[in-house]
Write a protein that binds this ligand. Sequence first.
Ligand code: ASP
Length: 343
Amino acid sequence: MKKTKPNILLIYTGGTIGMVKDSKTGTLRAFDFTNLLKQIPELQLLDCNIETVSFEKPIDSSNMNPGYWVQIAELIEVNYKRFDGFVVLHGSDTMSYTASALSFMLENLAKPVVFTGSQLPIGDLRTDAKENLITSIQMASLQHLNQPVVKEVCLYFEYKLYRANRTTKINAEHFKAFASLNYPDLAESGVHLKINHDYLLKPNLKKSLIVHKELDTNIALIKIFPGISEAVIKSIFNTPQLKGVILETYGAGNCSTEKWFINLLEQTIKKGIHIINITQCSGGSVMMGHYETSENLVKIGVISGKDITTEAAISKLMYMLGQNISSKVFKTIYETSLRGEML
Ligand code: ASP
């Protein structure tokens, strides 16, 4: 079989990675991606064809929202046939949210979508941007018998390729800014690229890509703490149009057994609002019913988020609410791994 060079689409959404420092004023400004190959000549050494597309107005990822997630999904959708892999350059602050959302929005994805960014701008002398960018493109270009090796949404940062919906930003300063505490790395970059084939998602290749663009943002995230007041929780649960709540509980999914608290949860679930229990810990899983302090949650119909990250829990909830899934099966589907995001 004749080996052809893979075609990679680089999508620039914004963030530090695409910035250069003005040598006179010292301010950061967006880098001109149409001249990418000229400005980073190393990219020409890669064994792939690269095309670039940029958001009209690149944004700091703190301004990301589901509307932009749809824009990224549409760029992938319209270019899906023509390209073998996609690299999305994104600010690191909310990268795990966007990348997790994209994993749900792109059903039956059979090509790599690699998110990356950097802690220092690409023009900075000590930048981590070049390595992150170059290796992300290499990861997206990996082929076996003219087929992409990686067939899922991933995040590459500081020598590691992760399943995107398993990641969290853990550090605002270190080059190692992300971690995937509940799932092994998909690949590691050292002298060689070491791919952990056993951990890669294996989608059904007979199915074609479906891009879901309906996301329902009528949700809330509550991180409980000792002393949280009834008034605060009540006011959140009484939010008009509210359809789902992610409850960040302690340890293996434990929370107060106080009557007012459990009653509030119960009444809310009876109103048809979905409540999902996830842990505040960075690693490990919710095990409802393991302790007495979570037994009540099982009885009243709280959904277990198992070992899902907060970022994936939020985007999965928005995605599932956008699908108008009936309340009868909502709990079962939420507790099922749809894109490798949970146990
Ligand atoms: N604030 C920036 C952003 O998330 C930080 C970064 O790019 O790493 O867009």
